[in-house]
Design a protein around this ligand. Structure first.
Ligand SMILES: *Cc1c(COP(=O)(O)O)cnc(C)c1O
Length: 378
């Protein structure tokens, strides 16, 4: 099977993990700090690591003190963790449609959805293509709300020369195997705002306070530590941080490979009528996480099954979030975000990952050509 996304493991990955297994620290050890500083260097902002992108979102929402009834504006074209982690705090989700050119949340529509209850806009860099961050920054500053960036797809991407992770109030990453690099499960939160980052980190570290200057109780002894606010254990173990250190060192190679795949698809598919290939805005340098094509004339399902039946494990990203039964009680109507729904009805994610061979890519392209050739002659 040729899959739409897959991890790439090297000999160095094994070596570093083995070294940790033979060491004193399986968790809360030196690999955590080392991985965090590697990520910080890459994205240009202080960072801490957690057990998943979902955990990272949960920490980010904890940091902005969401209360029941607060509104979060998000796109529906995303994995539901973008929303469900805010719903844990009782947030009300306000869905905003996409701009079809970028596939990302539309800033003009988003601004119109802001009310007195809006706490944050959570943007998603769909397929690794950053949103227009300056525009969202301006909107959020104008209304005094937070900008959270779900960068699960876009670690390693740049916006106007600045790395993703350095610009939003809080940025969250995922290191799931299909993402741009992996720790198996894992994620991170970054922010240049030290107060926000500390709050997020504390939430992911059981809420523990170890700084004597911040103690509210008189310590009985040197074992003393305190919990002031509810937190959870989202620590990423050293074993996985070691994998991350090795993986992140190859991100540039992964990025270049993904770029070449995008060029290959563009060169070979651009003349097919009935296909819309993803465009890139001039203000971004993306790590292409997905290669989302749009299939016109209601042929998406047919092409999807044709590719799958021929050994190409394509995917559809995503079912609009508000279709999920978890939202049913909230009564979001069908048609709420028409451009998102149209995109969903037409989208297929073609294989894109560092280990794809030219032979496999040619197979994918030839199958698509064959499919459209058959359609044409019908
Ligand atoms: C993968 C993903 C997440 C969740 O990350 P996990 O590491 O799987 O928990 C959140 N948002 C988006 C857009 C994602 O693609």
């Amino acid at each position: 099977m040729i899959t739409y996304g897959r991890h790439s493991i090297s000999r160095r990955d094994f070596k570093l993990i083995k070294r940790v297994l033979n060491s004193e620290w399986l968790t809360i050890g030196p690999m955590v700090d080392a991985f965090e500083s590697k990520i910080s260097n890459l994205i240009g902002a202080p960072t801490f690591v957690v057990t998943s992108g979902t955990a990272a979102l949960h920490c980010a929402y904890a940091a902005i003190d969401i209360k029941a009834g607060d509104e979060i504006i998000t796109p529906a074209l995303t994995f539901v963790a973008t929303q469900t982690t805010a719903m844990h705090f009782g947030a009300k989700i306000v869905f905003c449609d996409i701009d079809v050119k970028t596939r990302n949340i539309d800033p003009i529509l988003a601004e119109k959805l802001i009310t007195k209850k809006t706490k944050a806009i959570t943007v998603v860099d769909y397929a690794g293509h950053p949103v227009d961050l300056e525009v969202f920054r301006k909107i959020c500053d104008k209304y005094g709300i937070y900008l959270i960036e779900d960068a699960a797809h876009s670690v390693g991407s740049f916006y106007k020369g600045e790395p993703v992770g350095s610009q939003a109030d809080l940025t969250v990453f995922s290191f799931f195997p299909t993402k741009n690099f992996t720790t198996g499960e894992g994620g991170a939160v970054s922010s240049r705002n030290q107060v926000l980052l500390d709050k997020a980190r504390k939430f992911g570290r059981q809420g523990l306070v170890r700084d004597p200057e911040k103690f509210l109780l008189e310590p009985d002894g040197p074992w003393h530590q305190e919990v002031h606010k509810i937190g959870l254990n989202y620590r990423l173990p050293d074993i996985l941080c070691a994998l991350g250190i090795s993986q992140i060192s190859r991100l540039d190679i992964f990025k270049a490979k993904r770029k070449r795949i995008v060029e290959f698809y563009r060169n070979n598919l651009k003349d097919i009528e009935g296909l819309v290939l993803p465009e890139q805005a001039d203000y971004v340098d993306p790590v292409w996480h997905l290669y989302p094509i749009r299939v016109k004339n209601s042929l998406r399902n047919e092409l999807f099954h044709y590719l799958r039946n021929n050994g190409v494990l394509v995917q559809v990203n995503y079912v609009p979030a508000y279709y999920h039964p978890v939202f049913i009680e909230l009564e979001y109507p069908k048609g709420l975000c028409p451009k998102t729904e149209e995109f969903y009805n037409e989208e297929i994610s073609l294989p894109i990952h560092p280990n794809l061979s030219l032979k496999e890519l040619k197979k994918v392209v030839n199958l698509i050509k064959k499919f459209f050739h058959a359609v044409k002659s019908m």
